[in-house]
Design a protein around this ligand. Structure first.
Ligand SMILES: Cc1cc2nc3c(=O)[nH]c(=O)nc-3n(C[C@H](O)[C@H](O)[C@H](O)COP(=O)(O)OP(=O)(O)OC[C@H]3O[C@@H](n4cnc5c(N)ncnc54)[C@H](O)[C@@H]3O)c2cc1C
Ligand code: SF4
Length: 329
């Protein structure tokens, strides 16, 4: 059994109080559902002496405001999985972990969860026997084989889906509120992958309402469908000019997640706008996915196989969305 060190706990009643409490003590962390933070505290690569409880302080549920869906960061993943108007996001939320974890885990915690690595998400005893690693207490990355770069993986399922839908995040800090394009949140640095100021609180995720002919999906590659983190996540957002499979493409976004510290949109997809999504076009897009996906060995699964699966998964998703067919069970 892994034991945690002791910590103080204070529950915030609203977002403003949460930010004040965070800044009132050193070595503080927010805790929402705790499904990512508590294992990391047990593994002792995250240290905190005070936890500020935010599960009841954050907005929960969603509202349509203007042309946007404003989703509270305290929304549980199980709730988000019912938001069919944002199909890729609902699919992604419904594929996170297991029912118990989706009942506890929040959207905010899913967007901001720590990066993961085979050499990091282990007990202190295990990590010590390896001399620790660059991300926590050590000087060497066992994945890269060097002293400079950490490639621990950003493994959120909802993030790629939110990115293809053009989501923004709303943050609250001591200086007030700001909004950030979700595309701009992540850095290619597994030790420090979020462009946030210390103690900033995520309060909302804002997603533009999809256009009438929008078709989108999220596919997850993992070993055990019942609980595992993704070894690859593929989100596709496709706008066609009409309801038919041969309607020209108006916009196309594809985001690949769970391969590095930074989920990334595939470049070069503008070339496919204005023409129907033919089988040849799908093959060409799948080829871009293969060329641009460079999985790091920080999570389970052979990187070359995960790269191959990027090609396969993108092609399958595009055919399915174009033809209006269901995903394989
Ligand atoms: C066995 C297991 C399997 C899992 N499988 C998956 C999976 O398949 N896919 C997946 O995406 N995740 C998975 N997870 C991780 C986790 O359950 C989810 O990511 C969950 O959504 C995290 O949300 P939470 O509210 O529990 O976050 P917490 O653990 O409470 O917080 C996570 C991090 O975000 C910070 N934080 C949380 N909310 C905010 C906020 N509003 N503002 C600022 N900072 C905040 C916390 O300080 C902490 O650093 C798994 C976890 C376990 C234990
Ligand atoms: S990628 Fe390297 S430095 Fe980062 S957590 Fe894994 S072993 Fe540690």
């Amino acid at each position: 059994m892994l034991r945690m060190d002791g910590f103080d706990y204070v529950a915030a009643r609203d977002p403003g109080e949460a930010v004040r409490l965070w800044h009132a003590q050193p070595d503080t962390a927010y805790i929402a559902g705790g499904t990512d933070l508590l294992p990391n505290l047990k593994h002792r690569f995250v240290q905190a002496t005070t936890l500020v409880g935010i599960a009841d302080a954050l907005p929960r549920g969603w509202a349509r405001v203007g042309g946007d869906y404003e989703i509270g960061a305290g929304t549980r993943l199980a709730e988000l999985a019912t938001l069919q108007a944002l199909a890729p996001v609902a699919q992604a939320a419904g594929l996170v972990a297991s029912p118990q974890l989706r009942n506890m885990g929040t959207l905010g915690g899913n967007v901001l969860l720590d990066t993961r690595c085979l050499f990091l998400n282990q007990s202190d005893f295990w990590r010590k026997s390896l001399g620790y690693c660059l991300k926590a207490e050590g000087t060497w990355c066992h994945v890269v084989g060097g002293p400079k770069t950490c490639v621990a993986t950003q493994s959120s399922d909802t993030v790629p889906a939110l990115m293809v839908m053009g989501a923004r995040i709303r943050l609250l800090g001591p200086a007030g509120q700001r909004e950030l394009d979700l595309n701009d949140l992540f850095k290619f640095n597994g030790m420090d992958h979020l462009k946030l100021s210390a103690g900033e609180l995520l309060t909302h995720v804002v997603v533009p309402e999809p256009a009438p002919n929008f078709r989108g999906s999220y596919d997850k590659v993992r070993t055990r469908g019942s609980i595992d983190f993704p070894q690859l996540g593929v989100a596709v957002g496709l706008h066609l000019a009409g309801p038919g499979a041969d309607a020209p493409v108006e916009a196309l976004r594809i985001v690949i997640g769970a391969v590095s510290p930074q989920p990334k949109a595939l470049p070069g997809l503008e070339a496919f706008v204005g023409a129907p999504l033919t089988d040849a076009a799908i093959e060409a897009i799948a080829e871009i996915a293969h060329a641009r996906t460079r999985p790091q060995g920080s999570v389970h699964g052979d990187p070359a196989w995960r790269r191959h699966m990027a090609r396969v998964t993108v092609a399958r998703a595009l055919r399915r969305l174009r033809d209006g067919t269901e995903a394989d069970a």
